[in-house]
Design a protein around this ligand. Structure first.
Ligand code: PMP
Length: 404
């Protein structure tokens, strides 16, 4: 467990907290960036800016080396087997769309794709569009009254027609950790592929893709202290090898004539065009930052913050917390009787507290639970118990104002 002093030292690495008195509890939307990441990006543009995999001058070689160094580091971070299994995209959203597009030929009429009721829109819409285009069925794993996946129903939904299951590791609405191992084992018995949307798990839980045995694992750098606009797609080599190019252009070819193109192999085949080089360099530094701490320790610390938050908020009259079970990590969603979540978010903002309000890009689950929205607080490594106390006191002041 981190000591108070350790957290203070970590927090000092985030310039955003230096010059302003803010409480940032919107980490599920994006995390703040440490000096290492910001400085590396500035240094890159100031000293080394150039394109990758094209120009053989020293700047070009520097950029290309940085890109491949980042790929190697991501391979180690995820415990992937091969470096070609790491594909750079623009974010989780693009990664899922890439897999959905490339899976087009996997599906035939009346095949099934399975998602859960709790997915982010990014992990619903690409499958909806694909299943409509292919006349396939989009099946949905329901959740129980605690927001957890109903795996008994999954066993009934899955058949030989199931080609792909796409599921979040941690839900972005309620922070529930899904039971992936059992799900992946069941899916593989039916030869179905499994894609894990790791957006809310990355930098909060240890990820070992070989141990999980998932076929794809996707996430965005901006949710793990890195810059926005950079996504990471892990896919098993033997599956990605069979994928057709998802977009076509520079950097992904062996030979082009006006009649025909011979494509490069992995990873370039799936990385057409100039990538987000500064984003990749920033991601490398975010991995360095994370490498200073153990993810297990981060998870324990964030769990402590969450437990503390649940405990103090539970005493408030008229509060409904979604949920309080043991499968939660770093996200707490709640509502208060007689006050609209949006109005409360605005009042908290007046106290310098940043929270997220609304449906959190997950309308189907919110509609199912008959919720117009919730207030969501989400933690990262730099948040503290003291901040949670200030949050509680500010919340009480907001409620006093509302109940005048
Ligand atoms: N899936 C989940 C679970 C998310 O929380 C998010 C971001 N809120 C996304 C997908 C989309 O991520 P991005 O916008 O970085 O592509």
């Amino acid at each position: 467990m981190f000591s108070y002093e350790e957290i203070k030292t970590i927090r000092k690495q985030f310039p955003i907290f230096k010059n302003q008195n803010i409480i940032y509890f919107d980490n599920a939307a994006t995390t703040q960036k440490p000096f290492q990441v910001i400085n590396a990006i500035t240094k890159y543009y100031g000293n080394f800016n150039s394109n990758v995999n094209r120009s053989f001058h020293f700047l070009g070689q520097f950029s290309t080396n940085c890109l491949e160094l980042s790929r190697n580091k991501l391979k180690a971070f995820l415990n992937a087997k091969y470096r070609e299994e790491i594909i750079f995209t623009s974010g989780t959203t693009e990664s899922i769309n890439l897999i959905a597009c490339c899976s087009y030929n996997l599906l035939t009429k009346y095949d099934d794709i399975i998602i859960s009721h709790s997915e982010h829109h990014s992990n619903i819409i690409p499958w909806q569009v694909l299943s409509q285009n292919k006349n396939a069925n989009l099946k949905v794993i329901p959740v129980n009254s605690e927001g957890e996946l109903n795996l008994i129903i999954l066993k009934k939904l899955i058949t030989k027609k199931t080609k792909l299951i796409s599921i979040s590791h941690v839900t972005n609405t309620f922070g529930i950790i899904n039971p992936l191992k059992g799900l992946i084992k069941t899916a593989h018995k039916y030869n179905s592929l499994v894609l894990i949307d790791g957006s809310q798990a990355i930098s909060h839980l240890t990820i070992d893709v070989q141990n999980l045995a998932c076929d794809f694992y996707v996430f965005s750098s901006h949710k793990m202290y890195g810059p926005p606009g950079l996504g990471i797609l892990y896919g098993k080599k033997q599956i990605l090898d069979k994928f057709p190019p998802y977009k076509c252009g520079g950097g992904m070819i062996e030979k082009v004539t006006l009649k025909k193109t011979i494509f490069s192999g992995l990873p370039f085949k799936l990385e057409a065009g100039t990538p987000n080089i500064a984003g990749i360099i920033g991601t490398n530094k975010a991995l360095n930052f994370l490498g200073n701490y153990s993810i297990r320790k981060i998870k324990t610390y964030e769990k402590k913050l969450l437990k503390y938050a649940i405990n103090i908020l539970s005493n408030i009259k008229g509060i409904k917390i979604y949920y309080k079970n043991s499968k939660l990590t770093k996200i707490l969603s709640f509502n208060l009787e007689n006050i609209n979540y949006f109005d409360l978010g605005k009042l908290l903002n007046n106290h310098g507290i940043a929270v997220r309000t609304g449906k959190h890009c997950a309308q189907p689950i919110m509609d199912y639970l008959k919720l117009n929205g919730t207030i969501r607080i989400s933690f990262a490594i730099y948040n503290t118990i003291e901040e949670m106390d200030i949050f509680y006191n500010s919340l009480m002041k907001c409620l006093d104002l509302v109940n005048l």
